[in-house]
Design a protein. Structure first.
Length: 604
């Protein structure tokens, strides 16, 4: 499925081009033109970004300071990301190419605008529940003086009671995060010209969809709304990422084609054999219809498995409900199963481990195993194995990890060769990822001038995580990413325990190869280009590169140079105190992240 404009007119196209989102994106795309150099991470190289700031007037926080990365200029990155998402800028062979907007082609203009909006709203594959609830609430409001407070209230009412990350219930935090996300969705709609606001921006401000916003609402409705003849299973699958009340808005035609009793009967029949995620969707939509179909609910009140959901709904409408002691455990297990339904095993283990360590999940591992075991849920064995593995991947849960033995690690700088750059280090067994960052910086020779993060697959790791938890055995590995502009990716691999027979002070560097690339040299590709320019006196940028590095001669930089003594001198320096703060948002490049640094909310 792809979001298509529900209406195409010259007026709508002009409004799209005049929106704050496309105005800057078009300007940047036209400036990029036939081609501009980019880094390995797909952003403008620092020197090119500096020129863009000068030519197009993008504001910088430190105008006089040399730009380290295009990511350091949020205004530039907003335009860059919208241009990328809309297709106005494409990346080809380490260069960006910009396409001028076509004001006389309304269809192309509106499709470009919708592509950018789709990415921000997670359409079509991972629709953002809060964003779509905001859009639906505004589009279907039955009063002209709709206030922002009314929209936030609608989102909170539609929001699931359980946390979409863990299946647990912690109302205050979840409600606050949901309200903040909804408010940011309103800002996004304004940014794309889909929404107008009358007032000073507080919750009493009057908000209205513009014609462009109405076209967006109609387009989203056409994309998501099931046909009246669709099966209940298809409806549950199509609307699985949306809370019940919002799903009901999009399923209005499907519901109108049936009596309340017929609709609930079909949805409950679908829930009986559905996956957990589809089951929750079907139950949530049926619950919106409410007690007017109570006879259908009562007929199934003693059904095994999915009957726990039915009894929970009936308990809200009718006090005479059969008592099944395991219902709470079954419901919690079903929520947890839905949350991990499509998550690959390796990623699921890391995610569960983070939930347990950060106490984000409301249950300790032992309590979780207890209610999983008593639930009788068919997915309980799989989830129990996941909890056990995440809680302690090497030993029974009653045994603490051995943090007394040091670890030997191989750090390899990825995508860099001729020569390759790697370091072998030994670190204390109790090392955290936060401390490992400084050890890698010193062993490699970086200057610690940029942000960093650790990843296991696509999951960002908490910086206070013990190293043992992510490297449980020899051969385990994860990624350390340094400098979000140049994207220096390092593979960190465990080589098992280090036999410290000589009483060496840890951390220590044992071996290595290759010089650390200069900071801000443009990532792996930029470094390759730098070495190429330095090696050839006839190269167009040979002397410019020498001047940039402050060298008199190319012989003063040897890419193969490595000094074990220098590495260990750096490692001998005391480490800063470990952070107790939670990790920042992952490295993401969608518009919302660049504008507000907001982490997208996980879906249930």
């Amino acid at each position: 499925m792809e979001l298509k404009p529900a209406a195409v007119t010259p007026e709508l196209a002009s409004a799209a081009l005049a929106s704050p989102a496309l105005t800057g994106a078009v300007k940047l795309a036209e400036w990029v033109g036939e081609g501009r150099e980019i880094t390995e991470s797909g952003v403008l190289r620092p020197a090119v970004a500096e020129q863009a700031c000068k030519d197009l007037g993008f504001e910088r926080e430190e105008p006089g300071k040399k730009l380290r990365s295009a990511q350091d200029v949020p205004a530039l990155m907003v335009c860059w990301n919208v241009a990328r998402l809309s297709g106005l800028i494409t990346l080809e062979q380490k260069r960006a190419k910009g396409t001028a907007a076509a004001p006389d082609d309304p269809d192309a203009t509106l499709n470009a605008w919708l592509r950018a909006v789709s990415a921000v709203f997670g359409l079509p594959d991972e629709p953002c529940a809060e964003c779509l609830t905001v859009l639906a609430a505004i589009a279907q409001a039955d009063k002209a003086d709709l206030k922002l407070a009314d929209v936030l209230e609608a989102v909170l009412q539609d929001s699931p009671a359980t946390c979409p990350d863990c299946g647990g219930f912690h109302e205050d935090d979840h409600a606050m995060a949901t309200a903040q996300h909804a408010a940011s969705s309103v800002e996004d709609l304004m940014f794309f010209g889909a929404l107008t606001v009358e007032g000073n921006g507080d919750t009493n401000s009057i908000i209205t969809l513009s014609p462009l916003g109405q076209m967006l609402a109609d387009s989203v409705f056409a994309l998501l709304a099931p046909a009246p003849e669709d099966s209940a299973a298809a409806v549950a699958t199509r609307l699985a990422d949306l809370p019940g009340a919002t799903a009901a808005r999009y399923a209005a035609a499907w519901l109108a084609a049936r009596t309340p009793v017929e609709a609930v009967a079909e949805l409950l029949d679908a829930a009986k054999s559905a996956t957990p995620r589809q089951r929750l969707s079907a139950i949530d939509l049926a619950a919106v219809i409410g007690p007017q179909a109570a006879p259908v609910w009562r007929e199934r009140a003693e059904a095994p498995g999915y009957g726990a959901h039915i009894r929970a709904c009936l308990a809200q409408w009718d006090g005479d409900v059969p008592n099944f002691p395991r219902d709470d455990a079954w419901l919690a297990t079903d929520d947890l199963s839905a949350a991990y339904e499509d998550v690959p095993q390796d990623e699921a283990v890391v995610r569960m481990r983070m939930e347990l360590q950060e106490a984000h999940h409301p249950y300790a591992a032992t309590d979780m195993l207890e209610w999983l075991g008593e639930s009788g849920h068919p997915d309980a064995p799989r989830l129990m194995d996941l909890v056990r593995t995440a809680n302690n991947p090497r030993r029974p849960s009653t045994q603490e990890p051995d943090t007394t033995k040091p670890l030997q690690l191989l750090i390899t700088l990825q995508n860099v060769d001729d020569p390759p750059v790697w370091r072998r280090i030994a670190v204390p067994g109790s090392t955290s990822l936060d401390s490992l960052h400084y050890m890698i910086q010193d062993a490699m020779g970086w200057e610690n001038d940029h942000l960093y993060a650790f990843y296991a697959g696509r999951r960002e790791l908490h910086k206070a995580t013990p190293l043992r938890d992510v490297l449980p055995r020899s051969g385990s590995h994860f990624q350390y990413l340094y400098d979000f502009g140049d994207d220096w990716a390092h593979d960190v691999k465990s080589e098992g325990f280090y036999q410290n027979d000589k009483g060496v002070t840890l951390p220590t560097c044992l071996d290595g190869s290759g010089a650390c690339p200069p900071e801000d040299s443009g990532g792996a590709y930029g470094y390759y280009y730098l070495k190429e320019a330095l090696a050839d006196p006839a190269h167009d940028n040979h002397y410019e590169r020498l001047d940039w590095m402050g060298l008199d001669s190319a012989a003063d930089f040897d890419p193969a140079a490595f000094s074990l003594e220098s590495a260990n001198k750096r490692l001998a320096r005391p480490l800063p105190e470990e952070t107790a703060d939670p990790p920042g948002p992952p490295v993401i490049t969608i518009v919302r992240a660049q504008r507000r640094g907001k982490k997208p909310k996980a879906k249930r």
